[in-house]
Design a protein around this ligand. Structure first.
Ligand code: ATR
Length: 274
């Protein structure tokens, strides 16, 4: 029987997930379809009940529903519970719907696609302590990255994540700025990366080290002010597109039991976004 999947969010028309997943079904000869559904926050409960009733094989969840959907699901993966957010729902063999989070793991795959797995002992500076940073922090830890510092404007939020992680250090943006040269991997998760040069970075890169790795979670634009500045300092830069594609590929694997070809997807989407 044909399987069907969806992405729910608000707004949703900009989402690149439907085209990406449908292209994978065609390429991998999977009899399935994937549709975008706009769900306003007030309708989330009814929308989830409808998706279950109509027998969706699974769906992705995007802004603003990643946290709110949790109590509406039948089961929750342990990592997603720790992250406090769900971006993927899977219909299990017994018909129950289980929530997962593939965003953080998508980031780690993207990082390792770009620079391999040899950097797991290196000191990482995670900039920001919102939902995205939290997911990445848990996925880094699960991936064997042990040396994590979280810098945030509101230090308490970084402290809260470290406490939940059971490791890591929380610092202010000023503290981070003053010891930037002690880190090897930088991961920028604040909306400063989103600005088309209009917003300033929340910190100075004066002490940015040589030969660093700099990642941003934003992929539109592909080149953020942070990545631009890091590249000027000689860093290897990683934009957010790989994270987006890999979070989708990991969801696809949960649903269908095999991985799609991600490298072609990254090449095609890069060409579209340039
Ligand atoms: P997301 O879920 O995408 O991570 P979020 O939860 O709203 O988004 O988190 C946004 C992050 O960007 C936070 O770390 C926020 O810092 P605070 O916790 O201090 O609010 C950070 N951020 C947003 N605007 C910022 C700015 N102008 N300067 C510094 N940090 C900023």
């Amino acid at each position: 029987m044909k399987k069907w999947f969806a992405v729910i969010g608000d707004p949703i028309s900009h989402s690149k997930s439907p085209a990406m997943h449908n292209a994978w079904y065609t390429e991998m000869d999977v009899d399935a379809t994937y549709i975008p559904i706009r769900v306003e926050p007030a309708n989330l409960r009814k929308a989830v009940a409808s998706l279950k009733l109509l027998g969706a094989s699974g769906w992705n969840v995007t802004i603003p529903h990643k946290e709110a959907i949790i109590p509406l699901l039948d089961e929750l993966d342990e990592q997603a519970a720790k992250m406090g957010a769900v971006n993927t729902v899977v219909k299990m063999a017994d018909g129950k719907y289980k929530g997962y989070n593939t965003d953080g793991a998508g980031f780690v795959r993207s990082l390792e696609d770009a620079v391999g797995t040899v950097h797991r002992d290196k000191p990482i500076l995670l900039i920001g302590a919102g939902g995205a940073a939290r997911g990445i922090a848990f996925a880094l830890l699960a991936g064997g990255y042990r040396n994590i510092t979280i810098a945030n404007r509101t230090v308490m939020k970084a402290e809260a994540i470290c406490e939940e992680l059971g490791t890591g250090q929380a610092v202010s943006l000023v503290e981070a700025e003053n010891k930037l040269n002690q880190f090897a991997i930088f991961i920028q998760t604040t909306p400063a990366g989103m600005a088309n040069g209009t917003l300033n970075l929340p910190f100075s890169l004066e002490k940015f080290p040589q030969d660093a790795i700099a990642a941003d979670i934003v992929y539109n634009p592909l080149m953020t002010p942070f990545l631009q500045a890091a590249e000027e300092k000689g860093a290897t830069i990683i934009n957010g597109l790989g994270m987006f594609v890999h979070q989708g590929a990991i969801a696809y694997n949960y649903w269908l039991g095999h991985y799609p070809n991600t490298s072609n997807t990254i090449i095609e989407l890069t060409a579209q976004l340039k």
